[in-house]
Design a protein. Structure first.
Length: 541
C-alpha cells in the first residue's frame, strides 16, 4: 500500500476493506470508531497517529495488520486453521509489539499524554468508606461509581460477621477487641432501628413507593455506619489516571490503601501493562516520587505540630474565607473577549469603569437565557473564585466529594466536630439508642486516636462531621448548588448548598443572580440533638 495517501481520503482495495472491517465501525467515512482491539493497541495506534501523515485506518493496515496479518487475525477472532494455541501466540505477539512501542515513547520521550489513549474498567470490592475517598480524589481521567447507602441495606451479616474492614494495625494493638466490638455494635444498632424508622416514614408518606420509603429510612440511619463499612466500587479510567491512582494508594499511609494499590497494579498489568508500568514500586520513577512525598509530608507535619492548639469545634455549614473582589469585572471582560477584537487588558479596564447598572442588566440577560439548570454558565464565570471552609457529616461529605472540578483538602475524620440526630430518628422515638451508639463510638475513637490517629478514623460513624476546604469557581459552584439543593436530595447537603449560595449572594449579588435554579424549599431551621444533651435550633453558618 502506498505511503502517500492523503489523510481523510482513503482508497482501500476490497481486500483491505475486508481486513479493516473487523476493527473499525466503517471503512469509508471520516468519522469512525475502533472495535475488537486491546486497549494497548488502540493507544499505540493513536500515539503513532500524532506522528504520521496517514489516517488511522491506513496506519492500522500498514503498521499493525498487514505485517503480520496473522497476529491481528488472531486478536479479531478471524484466524484461520482453528488452531487455538497458535492463535493465542499470535495475539500475544501483536500486543507485545504495541507494548514495546509504548515503552519506547514513555521512557525515552516522557510523553505522559499517551497514557490517556487507552483505559480499563476496574472493580474494587470490599473496601472501606475511608478508602473510597482516596479512590475518588482524582479530578479527571477516571469515573468512579460507588454502592449507594440510600438504596442498599448494609446491615446483613456475611459469614457470621458484619462487613467492615478489620484494620491490621488496630487488631494488633491493645485496642483490637474494643475496635471490633464497637463496629459490630454500630451495625447492630443500625439493623435494630431499621423497622421503627421505616414504620414512621411509611406513616408520614402513605402514598409513596416502598423504594422511596426504604431510601429515606436508609438516609436517616446511614450515620450509624462506621467508616470501616465495606462497599464496592467500579472505576473506568485511562492509563494515566490509573498510574497516578496506584502511586497515590501505595503512598497512602494506611495498610488498606497500600493493599488496594498492589492488587490494582497486579490486575491492571494483565490488560494495560504499558500504561501503568511507571507505577511499579520497583520502578525508578516511583522510587523518586516516594522519596519526594515522604520528605514533603514530614516537613508539613513538623510545622503543623508547632501550631498552637486549635480551640475550634465548629458547627455545620460553609464559611467563605476568601473571594476575589474584582470577580465581577473579570467575568464581564471575559464574557466579551471572544466577541470583539479588544485585548484582555482593554476589556478589563472597560469593565472597571462600566456603569454598575449596565453590568447588572448584562448579567440579568445572561441569567434569563438559562432555561434549566443543565444550561451551564459560560466559561467566563470560571474567573470568579471562592474558597470555603466546610464542616458537615461524613455521609454528606461523601456525596459532595463527587464534585471534582475544584481544589479540595480534607482533614482526618474524627469525633471532634460532633453530629446531629436526624429528625426522622427523633420522631421515630429511637434517638436514645442512636445517641448511645454514638457515645460508645466516640469513646472508642478517643482511646485509639492518641496512638493511631489515621487508623482511628475507621471506627468513626458517618454521622460525625468532617472539616474540609474547597476552592472553586462560580461556574462549578453554580452546578453544585443547583444540583444539591433539589428537594430529592439529602437534607444535610441541601443545607451546605444553601449556605454556599447565601455567601456568594452576600459578596457578589449580581453574580449570584446567575445561579437561578436554587431550590429553597424547606430551607428552615430544624430540630436536632447533639450528644443527647439538648435539642436545639441549628442555623446555617
Amino acid at each position: 500500500m502506498p505511503d502517500d495517501r492523503p489523510t481523510g481520503s482513503p482508497r482501500f482495495t476490497p481486500e483491505e476493506r475486508a481486513l479493516l472491517a473487523r476493527y473499525v465501525t466503517n471503512t469509508e467515512g471520516s468519522v469512525f470508531a475502533l472495535t475488537h482491539l486491546p486497549e494497548v493497541i488502540k493507544g499505540a495506534l493513536f500515539s503513532r497517529y500524532s506522528r504520521s501523515a496517514l489516517g488511522l485506518r491506513e496506519l492500522l493496515l500498514k503498521e499493525f495488520i498487514s505485517d503480520p496479518a496473522a497476529e491481528f487475525a488472531a486478536i479479531g477472532g478471524t484466524a484461520a486453521g482453528g488452531d487455538a494455541e497458535a492463535a493465542a501466540r499470535e495475539a500475544h505477539l501483536a500486543v507485545e509489539r504495541a507494548q514495546d512501542f509504548y515503552t519506547r515513547i514513555l521512557e525515552k520521550f516522557g510523553d505522559d499524554s499517551i497514557g490517556e489513549l487507552g483505559g480499563a474498567h476496574l472493580a474494587i470490592e470490599n473496601v472501606s468508606m475511608i478508602a473510597t475517598k482516596v479512590l475518588e480524589d482524582a479530578r479527571i481521567g477516571g469515573s468512579p461509581l460507588e454502592k449507594s447507602t440510600r438504596y442498599v441495606f448494609f446491615g446483613e451479616p456475611v459469614g457470621g460477621d458484619y462487613l467492615f474492614y478489620k484494620e491490621p494495625t488496630l487488631l494488633a494493638s491493645r485496642h483490637g477487641e474494643r475496635y471490633l466490638a464497637t463496629c459490630r455494635m454500630l451495625f447492630e444498632t443500625y439493623r435494630e432501628l431499621i423497622e421503627p424508622v421505616r414504620a414512621h416514614v411509611r406513616s408520614l408518606l402513605p402514598e409513596v413507593s416502598d423504594i422511596a420509603v426504604r431510601g429515606r429510612t436508609f438516609d436517616a440511619l446511614r450515620g450509624l455506619l462506621p467508616a470501616s463499612t465495606l462497599t464496592n466500587m467500579g472505576i473506568f479510567g485511562n492509563g494515566r489516571f490509573f498510574e497516578h491512582l496506584i502511586q497515590r494508594l501505595r503512598l497512602g499511609g494506611l495498610a488498606e490503601l497500600q493493599q488496594i494499590g498492589e492488587e490494582s497494579y497486579k490486575e491492571l498489568s494483565k490488560i494495560i501493562p504499558s500504561f501503568i508500568q511507571r507505577a511499579d514500586s520497583a520502578h525508578r520513577h516511583f522510587l523518586s516520587l516516594s522519596e519526594y512525598v515522604i520528605e514533603f509530608d514530614n516537613v508539613l507535619q513538623n510545622i503543623a505540630e508547632q501550631l498552637p492548639k486549635s480551640k475550634s469545634r465548629g458547627g455545620e455549614g460553609a464559611r467563605l474565607i476568601d473571594f476575589d473582589e474584582f470577580a465581577e469585572q473579570k467575568v464581564l471582560s471575559s464574557l466579551l473577549y471572544s466577541h470583539c477584537n479588544h485585548s484582555g487588558r482593554e476589556l478589563r479596564r472597560w469593565a472597571t469603569v462600566f456603569p454598575s447598572e449596565s453590568s447588572g442588566v448584562l448579567l440579568e440577560q445572561i441569567s434569563e437565557a438559562r432555561k434549566n439548570r443543565r444550561h451551564k454558565l459560560p466559561r467566563a464565570c470560571e474567573l470568579a473564585q471562592y474558597t470555603f471552609d466546610i464542616v458537615g457529616d461524613f455521609g454528606m461529605y461523601r456525596d459532595l466529594h463527587r464534585h471534582r472540578m475544584l481544589t479540595q483538602q480534607r482533614q482526618l475524620l474524627s469525633t471532634r466536630y460532633g453530629y446531629d440526630v436526624p429528625k426522622d430518628i427523633i420522631d421515630s422515638g429511637v434517638s436514645d439508642a442512636y445517641i448511645r451508639a454514638m457515645k460508645i463510638a466516640e469513646d472508642t475513637y478517643d482511646a485509639i486516636a492518641s496512638e493511631h490517629p489515621r487508623e482511628a478514623q475507621y471506627v468513626v460513624p458517618m454521622a460525625y462531621r468532617i472539616r474540609w476546604q474547597i476552592t472553586a469557581n462560580l461556574r462549578s459552584l453554580c452546578w453544585l448548588v443547583e444540583l444539591r439543593s433539589q428537594p430529592q436530595g439529602h437534607e444535610a447537603y441541601r443545607r451546605i448548598a444553601w449556605s454556599i449560595y447565601k455567601h456568594i449572594q452576600r459578596v457578589h449579588p449580581r453574580l449570584a443572580g446567575l445561579i437561578k435554579f436554587v431550590d429553597t424549599t424547606g430551607q428552615r431551621t430544624r430540630q436536632a440533638s447533639r450528644h443527647g444533651t439538648e435539642q436545639r435550633q441549628l442555623h446555617l453558618v
